[in-house]
Design a protein. Structure first.
Lengths: 271, 377
């Protein structure tokens, strides 16, 4: 059953950023997702956020590094001006290491927490650092829907593209907690997935996507290791969309969203 | 709330929250949050933030209004978009004190998903009303529950939903009390927004809920409309605003543009006005630059404290009260206005009949959001 919209919710994907274990970036991941190269799981190598001034660069944790890496990859691939794009950041949690350090300090006698740790504890820290790195003064939204955070972010981003007719950079990212929180919220690895979404087709457009809310369960990935990533890391729930894009063929995938809803994405490759 | 504003009463008291007795500061603590546990089916959501949410849902006939909207539109057509900065992190702070002395493990009764996680409050509210539509938490620090108005309005315009439960819930916790203390931003007295001798902020907590719907054809004159939303980013610093208030000014200008209004159309501004020296100076420059000294404005944080991720929703409600009841709330605690900030700051209530008002919410990470609200008639 689909739900009627008054707007056609569509967008053109002009750039993709990807970073996950064994998925170094979009060009390297594309043949793996298309099934023509083997997936080899390996731990994540996260580049330093060189676009940040040195003082900020020293202060940031893993979530910011992952978010900025995929954001920059998507914007560069789209050959877009980051300062012209609105942004939607989606994550199921904030900086896990930072959160653990603060909670440990607050459980100690002194209760002393550092100012940097405190301002890095906000859920929108990656969005704030992205503004500093890119110079973008455009609106940046930061959303969370627990395991449905990727679906919530994609829905918010495509609604902005369709309703406001603006280009939107979607940045979904995740980093694991250390123990003892890791046992309560197990995430196997950091992961990032970014899409540069445009309201019109352009020379860099890879595909048009059209989304709708449906009552359906999410598609799974055939490769067992990739499927494990999809299941275990909320922002990796966007991988079925990237797999369809990697194939270069028109298609339709259903991504995880909030029960009883799924997010259906119709994909029409460009050119 | 209306009586509190009418009497210009401040709810700020010396901080005695939980075990916090070493901070010389004042807080706005909501009464009776711990008076009753959540209803049994929601036991896994048990934490201060969700209890505060539940308390808020039962005020002013709000739950009945939501149920009526569900009856009109259906469970799938009512969205939930709430702002919070720290959700139920207090639950984790307390659990860390009970870590296993040998293994370091958190206690078995600690549930991350329904308490600590940023989404927990929207999840609780969505389940409480058995809703099946879109939902999310917006977590952009102190602009969170202003930005939800924009997200909800877009979803309504896109036709995905017909109504949305918006607002924000943020509750006292040690992270924010000791965190703002580490930044030396807590006032040792009840906060004094825009005072020449302001010394910082007072932290508060609130649950603020608003039901947003597509306007009906036969609205009463008292109905409050969301006329415009403007958002921007400072792209400047993580915890200090742009010194000239550039991002704040962009957000206000965007809100006016989205409402199709000029600065002269605005009858009152509810300022973000946290009472830190830097924030008020930057916001003052932005307001003076766009509105001059004409438009009456005030910060209501002297009454409520800074309710962080709930501030945007709470202050939208302050604006709705001003619109419906015909008065402009003067700010509490401010004794000597800062002579370097050339705006028309109200230190007493003003009887007036505002038709269109603007509310500012700005946050860490340089996130800015302004709302324009107005009367239907």
């Amino acid at each position: 059953m689909s739900i009627s919209n008054t707007h056609t919710l569509n967008a053109w994907i002009d750039g993709i950023g990807l970073l996950g274990p064994g998925l170094e970036n979009w060009p390297a991941a594309r043949p793996i997702l298309a099934g023509v190269a083997d997936y080899v799981s390996q731990s994540l190598v996260v580049p330093a956020p060189m676009a940040l001034p040195p003082a900020e660069r020293r202060r940031v944790g893993l979530t910011v590094k992952v978010a900025l890496a995929v954001a920059q990859e998507a914007v560069a691939a789209a050959q877009a001006d980051a300062r012209q794009l609105a942004a939607v950041f989606a994550s199921s949690g904030a900086d896990g290491d930072n959160c653990d350090a603060i909670c440990a300090a607050l459980a100690s006698d002194g209760r002393h927490i550092s100012p940097t740790r405190f301002h890095n504890s906000v859920h929108n820290a990656p969005a704030g650092y992205w503004g500093i790195a890119s110079g973008a003064m455009t609106p940046a939204n930061v959303v969370c829907a627990y395991d449905a955070s990727f679906g919530a972010g994609l829905l918010e981003a495509v609604v902005q593209v369709s309703v406001d007719a603006v280009g939107v950079l979607l940045v979904a990212y995740e980093a694991p907690y250390p123990e003892p929180l890791q046992s309560k919220r197990p995430l196997p690895s950091a992961f990032g997935l970014a899409l540069a979404l445009m309201p019109q087709p352009g020379p860099r457009s890879l595909a048009r996507i059209q989304i709708e809310l449906v009552e359906a369960t999410a598609d799974v990935l055939e490769n067992a290791e990739l499927e494990a990533l999809r299941r275990q890391i909320p922002c990796a729930r966007g991988l079925p969309l990237l797999q369809a894009l990697a194939s270069g063929r028109p298609g339709r995938v259903v991504l995880d969203y909030l029960s009883p809803l799924g997010l259906a994405v119709e994909i029409q490759p460009c050119g | 709330m209306q009586a509190m504003l009418r009497q210009r009463k401040s709810g700020l008291l010396p901080c005695r929250f939980e075990s916090v007795n070493d901070l010389e500061t004042f807080i706005g603590e909501a009464p009776d949050v711990d008076a009753a546990p959540l209803p049994a089916p929601f036991a896994e959501y048990e934490c201060r933030n969700n209890r505060l949410a539940w308390l808020g849902l039962r005020q002013d006939g709000f739950s009945a209004a939501v149920e009526a909207a569900i009856a009109r539109h259906g469970r799938r057509r009512v969205g939930v978009f709430l702002g919070t900065s720290t959700a139920g992190i207090l639950q984790t702070e307390l659990a860390y004190r009970r870590r296993d002395p040998v293994s370091g493990a958190l206690p078995d009764d600690f549930i991350y998903r329904t308490t600590h996680n940023t989404y927990s409050v929207a999840d609780f509210v969505r389940h409480y009303f058995q809703l099946e539509g879109p939902a999310m938490v917006v977590s952009t620090a102190c602009s969170s529950s202003a930005k939800v108005f924009g997200a909800a309005a877009r979803m309504i315009e896109a036709g995905l939903i017909d109504a949305a439960l918006v607002g924000g819930v943020d509750s006292l916790c040690l992270t924010t009390l000791y965190g703002f203390n580490s930044l030396e931003l807590l006032a040792p007295e009840p906060c004094r927004p825009f005072d020449a001798e302001r010394q910082g902020l007072s932290i508060g907590e609130a649950a603020a809920f608003i039901l947003l719907e597509r306007p009906a054809d036969n609205l009463g004159a008292d109905a409050v409309l969301l006329l415009g939303v403007g958002e921007s980013s400072d792209a400047h610093h993580m915890s200090s605003p742009h010194p000239e208030g550039l991002g704040a000014r962009m957000a206000m200008a965007a809100a006016l543009q989205s409402a199709g209004l000029q600065a002269t159309d605005i009858d009152y501004i509810n300022l973000h006005g946290t009472a830190t020296p830097g924030n008020d100076a930057a916001e003052g420059k932005a307001v003076a630059g766009l509105f001059g000294e004409r438009t009456p404005c005030s910060s209501t944080k002297g009454a409520t404290g800074h309710t962080l991720g709930a501030a945007g929703g709470l202050e939208a409600i302050v604006c709705a009260i001003a619109l419906q009841h015909g008065f402009l709330p003067g700010g509490c605690n401010t004794r000597q206005l800062d002579p370097n900030i050339p705006i028309r700051y109200l230190t007493a209530n003003l009887d007036a009949a505002p038709k269109r008002v603007l509310s500012n919410s700005f946050g860490f990470g340089g996130t800015n959001c302004s709302l324009v609200l107005g009367r239907a008639g």
